[in-house]
Write a protein that binds this ligand. Structure first.
Ligand SMILES: [Zn+2]
Length: 277
């Protein structure tokens, strides 16, 4: 059922993005996301961006961005244009922040934990009219629904928050298709909230698919920090793209997979096996 639904809802000219954060090595979960996104776009002759979520200069490293380009190239996953260096666009993000209903919050993480257990924000600063001061305060979205959805738009570090850069970049790049792991379901909800408060409502014209996550043998989510990402090591050891795609296909029971172009025909099966919805 999910396959049929997917085919019906895919934009006729998909514009999508691979959006890695260059802060560690790529793992099999990243590859699943790239493979699905790439195939959905290429199957319909759409446009694919390679976008680096690299706003955190301290946590990101250009070396990881270069590794990503190399690995994608090696595996035959091409892209049409690159969008990177978010720190150079700070003023764009600052302008983008202006129309959102917002307020300044001075609460520390510890204070929020003391008041609410840390599971949600209680709107403490909603009517306090603080002025923003970097390192001392953050800027929150004033949700039309509940203070528990007053997510941070601008961080104490005087940087845009992930949700803000995301909504900005999707709009700027004309994205109409997002494919992401089910761990980002909550992010999708937040970003739709933010989008709806803008006149342009960029998410109105975006189809978002979520897929299952690749889990480590111990059942936990893969992450870059766990060093599960042995894709680069495989590449550097000379493991052929065909062998890597075979290993990937075997993880999902798509045992005929041998190359990126095979994804185009095997996409419906891969989608249903990893629960794209
Ligand atoms: Zn506050």
């Amino acid at each position: 059922m999910s396959t049929i639904k997917t085919m019906l809802e895919l934009p006729s000219f998909p514009v999508s993005r691979l959006a890695p954060t260059p802060n560690g090595e790529l793992h099999w979960g990243n590859l699943l996301n790239f493979a699905l996104t790439w195939a959905m776009v290429r199957q319909r002759g759409g446009k694919l961006w390679l976008r680096f979520d690299d706003i955190d200069r301290d946590r990101c490293d250009p070396r990881f961005a270069q590794d990503t380009r190399e690995l994608l190239h090696y595996l035959g996953l091409d892209w049409d244009e690159e969008f990177s260096d978010q720190p150079s666009r700070i003023e764009d993000y600052r302008r983008f922040l202006t129309p959102f209903p917002q307020y300044v919050c001075r609460c520390s993480r510890q204070e929020i934990v003391q008041r609410t257990g840390g599971h949600y924000y209680d709107g403490h600063c909603r009517n306090l009219k603080h002025n923003f001061a970097p390192q001392e305060s953050a800027i929150r979205f004033r949700s039309p629904m509940t203070p528990a959805r007053d997510f941070i738009l601008w961080r104490r570090e005087d940087l845009p928050a992930y949700h803000l850069t995301c909504v900005h970049d999707e709009e700027k790049l004309g994205i109409n298709l997002i494919v992401r792991g089910e761990d980002l379901l909550e992010s999708t909800t937040v970003q739709k909230d933010l989008s709806q408060s803008l006149k342009s409502d960029p998410f109105k014209s975006i189809t978002v698919f979520h897929h299952a996550l690749v889990v480590a043998p111990d059942g936990k989510k893969l992450s870059k920090s766990r060093s599960d990402g042995d894709l680069l090591r495989l590449m550097r050891r000379g493991t052929s793209p065909k062998e890597i795609w075979t290993m990937f296909g075997n993880q999902w029971g798509v045992t005929e997979l041998r190359s990126a172009s095979d994804l185009l025909t095997l996409l419906p099966r891969l989608q249903s096996l990893c629960g794209v919805l």
